[in-house]
Every structure is written in C-alpha cells, then in structure tokens.
Write a protein that binds this ligand. Structure first.
Ligand code: GDP
Ligand code: MG
Ligand code: ZN
Length: 420
C-alpha cells in the first residue's frame, strides 16, 4: 500500500499532467486575451486556493466554457489528453525507478504567502510551494489556510516544485475580522511570540493613544509587548522619554530606548529579538525599517514577492513578510495592526486593558460609570495620583469614544464597509 505522502505525491503528478494538457490546448489557441486578475483572488480566500491557483500564477488558463467548437476540435483535444496521459504514465514509471521526491515531509516555516503560493524556510533552504487543495480553513474559523509564521510539513519533487502538505497547530494567532466574512477571522501572523511597539520621540511626536491601541492589540492576541521609543537622539533630555514610559514600566511591560541614528539601544533590541518571532508595530516614519537595518544590515532588502512569479507585482502593499534574523528568530513588519487592534471591542470591556484605572472603578458612584464624566467617577478623580497617569486616562477616553456600544453595531458597520 502506498504511504500517505506517496499518495499525495501521485496526486501532485496528476495535477502536473493536467497543466501540461491545458498548456498544449492553449498553444493552439488564437491570441491570448489579457488576463485581469479576478477580484476574489484579492480576498483572503484566494490564499486558501488549491493547485488551480498555480495555473493562475504561471499564466495557464483553467478550462473555460466551450460554447461552440470548430469541427474536429473536440477530437483534437481528446487526442492531446490521451497522449499527455500516456506520456505521464511513462514519466511516472521512470520517476519510480530513478527519481524519488527530493524532499519528502520536511518541517519548515512559512515566510511569505501570495495567491496560492508560499515560501517555506527549511533550515537554510527556501522552497516555493503550492498549497495542497485538500487543506481547508473553514472548520477553524479562519478564512486563510496558511499565514506567515505557520509551521508546515512540505515536500519537493525532483524538479524543485514544492507543496505544503500540512499546517501544524498554531501557538498563537494575530488575526483580524475578515473584510468579507465578518464572522470569520483572517490570520495575519501565526506563532508570533511578541509585539515590538515602536514610537518616536519626535518626528512624528509620541502619540500615547496609538501606543495604547497597539498594546491592546498585542494583549488581545496573547502576545507579550515591548514598548520602544526611537529617535531618542532628538530628545534634549532623556529623562523626559523615561517619564513618558513610566506608566508602561509600572504595568510591568518591557521598555526600550533606541536611536537608529547613533546605534543607542540597538544591542539591547537585538537581544530582545533573538530567537523570538516578533511583530513590528508602529506608525509610518517612527524608524522601524531603520531599526531593523541597525539590528541586521540589509534585513529588509530581500523583499521580492512570491507573486513576482506572475510578473504582476500587484498587491505588494498587502504583503506580509517574515524576515529571518541571522542571530535566530524572525521579524514581521505588518501594516494594519492598528486598525484591528480594538475591532469588535465593546466599550465596557475597554477598562480591562487599563488595569491601573480598573483598580479604581469599584469606587465610582454609578455602577455603569463610563469613567469619561466627572460626576461621581473615582477613576477620573484618581488621575494624577500615584500610578494613574494623565496620558493613559486621556487615551482611555479617546479610544472609548471611538468604540461602539455593541458588537452587533460593529458588525453592521463592517458589513457596510465591505459593500461600499
Ligand atoms: N534622528 C533620527 N532619525 C531617524 C531615526 N530612525 C529613523 N530615522 C529617520 O526617520 C525616517 C523614517 O524612518 P523609517 O525607518 O523609514 O521609518 P518606518 O516608516 O517606521 O520604517 C527616516 O528619514 C530615517 O532616517 C533615529 O533614531 N533618529
Ligand atoms: Mg518602514
Ligand atoms: Zn468611573
């Protein structure tokens, strides 16, 4: 009885043959119409595609509807299929005697995903892999089968074509509500350990509300945060920076001061990244790329897209890359973590992310106190006292105002956005 991987490999070979057949049929066709990418492939569902997506990437059309065929065309196609299948049978016999798969069932880490293809890091090697069509995300509540950071079992044939066989269980998930399927989540990064929240002291100035949004996002995904203030070379007085981070130190978060320009704090940052999978968060311009470059020169340069295979070069902005550190570990620079940081969070649950404020709420006069009004609010009265910082209270208020009363409201709004 053939082993499981062997069976899967045969399945792969059959797909290969079918592509060959389509290609031959295609060759005899008239001018190729311009391919416009189907909009659905932009949705996260595109990622859960099967081997059909490989055809798409390599520019072969899948079988199209055939309303009227020229005389003899059907016979011609049938003959092509027959001869291709015959030659596959021969190839397979040869393959069995001389060419076993080059790699079978190796474990690796997904570093890039793009419309049905992904890059898998296996030790010092990198495989470009298709994704086994039988893999399905539906049962898991996620819209994408595979995400960067996923640990997978992959195989590669002697011609260098890889396939992801299995996605191993995830240790953590950085996810956001799916744009099209609000009840499902889209995995952005799998198996991350921590979030490095980067802010700059100046240019752009420190923005406590945004910092707190990132911290909330990290906590909701169960990832340990590190709060980093960069561009400290622009501070007249470093003690002012330290003062700004005191609320976070008090809460027990790891904090860090850096300057990508002078190299201050970069050694400490490198230590913190070592051996971990770190998600980078922070608004544009705070110096994330500069810091990565200080940690490891050239780290961000190799950002060729897997989708470059199709020479389309599109949706590069949506691309999330796992960057491999020489010292061990990975870094992910992902846009958009800010938006989904508080998505679906209810107003009354916001206080849970402000433990120093939550400690006071039992003393508010009204049981349903929102802590944004003065009347009878013990939280507000405590602001400025030991351990209750003005900046934190203000960010609580701002985020509170931006949240909706209920999850139902949030869902309705998301749906509206999707249809617009
Ligand atoms: N003075 C100073 N400028 C910095 C520092 N880090 C980055 N920059 C500058 O800030 C700008 C934005 O940096 P970049 O790394 O592209 O930020 P990103 O958008 O977060 O990746 C660039 O002009 C950098 O040269 C720093 O530590 N000190
Ligand atoms: Mg950058
Ligand atoms: Zn209150």
């Amino acid at each position: 009885m053939p082993s499981r991987t062997e069976k899967q490999w045969q399945h792969h070979e059959t797909n290969k043959a079918m592509r060959k057949v389509r290609k031959q049929i295609k060759r005899n066709r008239k001018a190729k119409r311009t391919r416009t990418k189907d909009w659905r492939s932009l949705s996260p569902l595109g990622v859960s595609g099967n081997l059909g997506d490989l055809d798409d990437v390599f520019g072969y059309d899948c079988a199209e509807s055939e309303p009227v065929m020229p005389r003899g065309e059907r016979e011609r196609r049938q003959a092509l299929v027959q001869s291709a299948l015959a030659s596959l049978r021969e190839e397979k016999d040869e393959a069995h005697t001389s060419e076993p798969p080059r790699l079978a069932g190796v474990q690796g880490t997904v570093t890039q995903v793009s419309s049905g293809l992904c890059r898998v890091q296996v030790d010092d090697q990198e495989l470009v892999c298709g994704i086994r069509g039988s893999l399905s995300a539906e049962d898991t509540g996620y819209t994408n089968v595979i995400a960067v950071g996923d640990e997978v079992i992959a195989s590669e044939d002697s011609a260098g074509r890889g396939i992801v066989e299995t996605v191993l269980p995830r240790r953590s998930v950085l996810a956001r509500p799916d744009v099209f399927y609000g009840h499902l989540q889209q995995v952005i990064v799998a198996n991350a350990d921590q979030v490095l929240v980067v802010a700059s002291w100046r240019d752009p100035p420190l923005w406590p509300e945004l910092l707190d949004r990132y911290l909330i996002a990290a906590e909701r995904c169960g990832l340990a945060p590190i709060v980093c203030i960069n561009k400290t070379d622009l501070a007249e007085d470093i003690s002012a920076c330290q003062e700004a981070l005191r609320p976070y130190l008090n809460l027990g978060h790891r904090t860090l001061f850096t300057s990508a320009l002078t190299g201050n704090g970069v050694d400490r940052l490198r230590e913190m990244l070592h051996g971990q999978t770190t998600v980078l968060a922070g608004m544009s311009g705070v110096g994330k790329s500069s810091l990565l470059n200080a940690v490891q020169p050239g780290l961000q340069l190799r950002t060729a897209q897997v989708s470059d295979y199709s020479h389309s070069g599109r949706h590069t902005t949506a691309q999330v890359n796992l960057l491999r550190l020489e010292i061990g570990g990975y870094v992910v620079d992902t846009p958009g973590i800010r938006e989904f940081g508080v998505a679906g969070l209810r107003r009354r649950d916001l206080i849970d992310f402000y433990p120093e404020l939550a400690a006071m709420e039992g003393q508010c006069r009204f049981k349903d106190c929102s802590h944004t009004q003065v009347r009878g609010c013990a939280v507000r009265a405590a602001v400025g006292q030991d351990g209750v910082f003005e900046t934190r209270y203000r960010s609580y208020q701002q985020i509170y105002e931006s949240l909706l009363e209920s999850q139902a409201q949030e869902r309705a709004q998301a749906q509206e956005r999707a249809w617009r």
